[in-house]
Ligand binder design. Sequence first.
Ligand SMILES: [Fe+2]
Ligand SMILES: [Fe+2]
Length: 205
Amino acid sequence: MGLLVCNSSGNLETWKALLKERLSSKRFEHSLSVSQTASALAYRHGYDSSLAALAGLLHDYARDMSEEDLLDFAEANKLIGHPVERQVPVLLHGPVGAFLVREELGVCDREVIEAIAYHTTGAPGMSALAGIVYLADMIEPLRDFPGVAALRNLAENDLQSAILAGLDSAIGYCMDLGMLIHPISIEARNSLLIQKKDKPKEGCF
Ligand SMILES: [Fe+2]
Ligand SMILES: [Fe+2]
């Protein structure tokens, strides 16, 4: 590990040029779109739009690594948070991306790193910035899936409910397809439900 120079206020244009080399053109366009969407959501809801733009831009930094490389890198750097990540290595592109953005680019704002790490799964108690990037990744204008228009509308008016609806949608999608679900997504959903004061707390057995 080299000397870490914090660079969270670094030039977005520099990172864009770097990402253009690193990512496929489709994923590069998606990253620009997530950056813009996250920035707009942050501005609308009173959070730091510059940090949201930065985290959104860099969220998929490791997305074009192969599953084998993600797993090898995560094992070598002790980034495995749960055994399900060994079964579904693509889940690791968040934590691996966060690690690389910190080590290679010198971006060390704690919330930006957290937002990149959790953008795929969400996490209980995640920061507003992490929630914004999670949501922006789902609803950026290039995304198209049933319910995305309603989710975009909700995101304009009620950030927390939109993040919860996003988790519902992602978890439901995985269940419908018989896919593994990362427990941290369930924990994130439970955490948001518990925080919602207006909703009776009922369990499901
Ligand atoms: Fe991603
Ligand atoms: Fe993404």
